[in-house]
Design a protein around this ligand. Structure first.
Ligand code: ADP
Ligand code: MG
Length: 731
């Protein structure tokens, strides 16, 4: 009995607080700084760079778990400093907090070496200028294991970390995949090598004769990129620069090299240095990916090298223990400026390229080059499968010209011999043509539709959309745009509808897919749409009739599946479920609330007889579906908030048992439906993000605004800034 009480008391009492043993604290902290072998390599290489080295060599065994060795030819470490070298918070780079403001070196926390001694065995060999011999000493848990021993040494420092995480079993287990970490280390050194071009780097596996990264000090960055990332990357780069010197907006200088429209890769490579520090800046990376995806008809991921210099006091390097993430003053403005420079650079290179290629005759050698190029960019496994050939490499990058596809060139040419890759492709594509005789005709009808867009383009509006700046949303439908000194209200629903329509035509037959997690039965979707129409017209039609319409439409669409999939990326499976949709603009998926309407429209409104009308109607249906409509839930930041208020009676304890009795003399209270409200907030925030970061950049690049937009209220000029200034002045 007593024992039970005692146990209960113990369970009820708060747990006792203990002071952690210092070695445990240090090991936990070390695990944060050195998360994986690659983080140790980064710290060591940065130390070598801080020491003014011009040559840095890295050797790795077992992905870094067995051994990491970094040798440099820097200034070395003084004999007297060796005893405290690996203690926590010992550094030669910082002494007061104010120094942080202007720190130029990469290290400053004095934590890296110490951390390594808590999770691995560290041995340092070093010699300073003018000494006859060097010293070698090993460290454990922050302290020297013995007095430094004299030894022969070459200029600089060599630091060896063995058996990393020997005392952290769980960490070691999760890091067993050595190949994975070695590739991370290679990736890291490649990045350093193309930024610090006056330093030569090498990285190899222990015992290997050949280095996997090998760069020689050079004064041309392109050379460094060529030797590290290869010719196919170096060949396809454009120089970019941007800067601002306005304290009220932003102060920065950016210079970089970015891939052009010929470059094809499956993954983005973004090598970014801010004030010479290798960092990640996800927001900038995403912003640039969007520009690229909007520029190329078929998504290719970019290669981007950028170096950004900002005043040291504008960077907070201290936000992350590994200094990997930075936070900058005025980051939004900097991102926008860089985004717009990249955008115009790509646009002009794209235009130049289209011109070049239109001039060129499709000679066999030109095809050979094209094919060589596309082979280069393929993964080895995809080499022989025709569907894996990156189609965008075979397309003229001018998105408005689908007739520029390679097989369109080839179809007029006699197929002479089978000896080369190019003639093999020619045969393949001519077989494809025979199997699908419609394809040739498709191209003309699509081409006609695209020509109509071009002819109908309003040149004044084109100027506005190409060079406008997004200011913000004025209400649920209108965005405020600035062009020169003019302000416009632009209807984003109309704009996005038109843009999507145009993009569908441009990407015709070349769509990436959005896979629906739950395939949706067409028949049910059509029923839903018919019922929705009833709600709108406030009459309820005959249920059986609706069922009949839904069934007929489903049957019709099932017959069209092959065409819908091939040309528009709309996939309907054998059971009549919608399973895939096309990517019309990268980084953007349509609001699925509009699926029923879309399917009904496909089934009901498309004239399947006339090819051109048919393609136009399907493209328009997709355009309407993908347009950035306001979300179904009312906007909570305006009057819409009322929608989320639930009327509720106030509750008084004394009312219990008889709550209805008091209705007469109490007023109703309101309570917010938080779940619904937060769902709405997310939907609206996502839409606004897409408008700013997807719609507007893509619109600047691609939209050919039709003339009717000048008069149908899509664009309304609200005021010129001069007028506004005058009004303010008078006030
Ligand atoms: P931090 O780099 O933050 O100062 P570290 O723990 O990385 O801290 O290094 C501690 C100190 O050891 C450095 O400040 C530097 O003086 C010295 N050091 C480390 N590596 C080297 C090296 N390769 N060459 C010369 N000095 C080094
Ligand atoms: Mg350091």
């Amino acid at each position: 009995m007593e024992v039970d009480e005692e146990q209960e008391r113990v369970a009820r009492d708060p747990p006792k607080i203990y002071r952690l043993d210092e070695s445990v604290v240090n090991r936990i902290a070390a695990g944060e700084v050195i998360q994986r072998p690659v983080s140790a390599v980064k710290e060591l290489v940065e130390n070598s760079l801080d020491a003014g080295s011009s040559s840095i060599n890295v050797t790795v065994k077992d992905g870094g778990l067995k051994l990491i060795q970094v040798s440099d030819n820097g200034h070395g470490i003084r004999y007297k400093d060796l005893p405290i070298l690996c203690e926590r918070h010992t550094t030669s780079k910082l002494s007061t907090f104010e120094d942080l403001q202007s720190i130029k070196s990469m290290g400053f926390r004095g934590e890296a070496l110490a951390s390594m001694t808590y999770v691995g065995h560290v041995t340092v060999t070093t010699i300073t200028e003018g000494q006859l011999h060097g010293y070698r000493v090993s460290y454990k848990d922050g302290v020297m294991e013995h007095e430094p021993r004299a030894c022969a040494a070459v200029k600089g420092t060599q630091i060896m970390v063995e058996n990393l995480f020997y005392n952290m079993t769980a960490r070691r287990k999760t890091l067993q995949n050595a190949a994975d970490d070695y590739s991370k280390i290679i990736d890291l050194l490649s990045r350093f090598a193309i930024h610090h071009i006056n330093v030569s780097f090498s990285c190899r596996k222990h015992g290997a004769g050949r280095a996997d990264v090998h760069s020689v000090a050079t004064d041309a960055r392109l050379n460094a990129i060529r030797s590290v990332y290869g010719v196919s990357v170096a060949h396809n780069l454009l120089e970019v620069e941007a800067s601002d010197d306005d304290l009220s907006s932003s102060v920065f200088q950016m210079s970089g090299l970015i891939s052009n429209c010929n470059f094809v890769a499956k993954k983005t490579t973004m090598v970014l240095f801010i004030n010479d520090r290798l960092v990640d800046w996800t927001a900038l990376k995403r912003a640039l990916e969007i520009v690229y995806s909007a520029t190329l008809p078929k998504a290719s991921k970019p290669f981007i090298y950028m170096s950004i210099i900002v005043p040291a006091e504008h960077v907070d390097v201290n936000v992350h223990p590994t200094k990997r993430e930075v936070s900058l003053l005025n980051q939004e403005i900097i991102i926008e400026k860089i985004q717009s420079v990249v955008e115009s650079k790509l646009r002009s290179s794209n235009e130049a390229r289209t011109y070049d290629e239109q001039m060129a005759e499709p000679s066999p050698s030109a095809q050979n080059n094209l094919l060589k190029d596309s082979n280069l960019s393929q993964s080895p496994s995809g080499g022989s499968k025709p569907q894996k050939v990156p189609v965008n490499k075979m397309v003229r990058t001018d998105a408005t010209d689908p007739a520029g596809r390679l097989h369109a060139y080839l179809q007029n040419k006699p197929v002479d011999h089978l000896g080369t890759d190019s003639s093999l492709t020619a045969v393949r594509s001519s077989i494809r043509q025979r199997r699908k005789p419609k394809e040739t005709a498709d191209l003309t009808s699509i081409q006609e539709l695209i020509d109509e867009i071009d002819c109908n383009c309003h040149s004044g509006l084109l100027e506005v959309v190409r060079h406008c700046t997004y200011i913000g949303m004025a209400d649920d439908v209108f965005a405020l745009l600035q062009h020169d000194t003019h302000l416009y209200l632009a209807n984003v629903v109309n704009l996005s509808k038109e843009l999507m329509y145009q993009q569908v035509l441009r990407r015709f037959a070349h769509f990436n897919a959005i896979q629906l997690s739950d395939p949706a039965p067409l028949q049910e979707l059509i029923m839903l749409a018919l019922k929705e129409e009833d709600l709108e017209t406030e009459c309820s039609g005959d249920h059986d009739l609706k069922e009949k319409i839904a069934e007929m439409n489903t049957e019709l669409l099932k017959q069209k599946t092959e065409m819908l999939q091939e040309y528009f990326g709309i996939e309907i499976d054998m059971n009549g479920n919608l399973s895939r949709l096309p990517v019309v603009l990268d980084q953007y998926a349509p609001d699925m609330d509009h699926v029923p309407e879309f399917v009904l429209c496909l089934g009901n409104d498309v004239d399947w007889e006339d090819e051109k009308n048919c393609f136009q109607a399907i493209s328009a249906a997709l355009g309407n579906f993908y347009a950035m409509h306001p979300p179904m839930l009312p906007n909570p930041s305006g009057d819409g908030l009322q929608f989320y208020e639930k009327k509720k009676l106030p509750w008084h304890p004394e009312d219990e048992g008889n709550p209805a009795g008091k209705i007469g003399d109490v007023t109703m209270e309101t309570e917010i439906d938080h779940e619904l409200l937060s769902e709405a907030e997310t939907a609206w925030a996502q839409r606004e993000w897409s408008i700013q970061h997807v719609l507007i950049p893509a619109m600047r690049l691609f939209l050919k605004p039709p003339t009717f937009m000048a008069t149908n209220g899509t664009f309304v000029q609200v005021a010129s800034l001069e007028k506004l200034y005058k009004i303010f002045e008078r006030c």
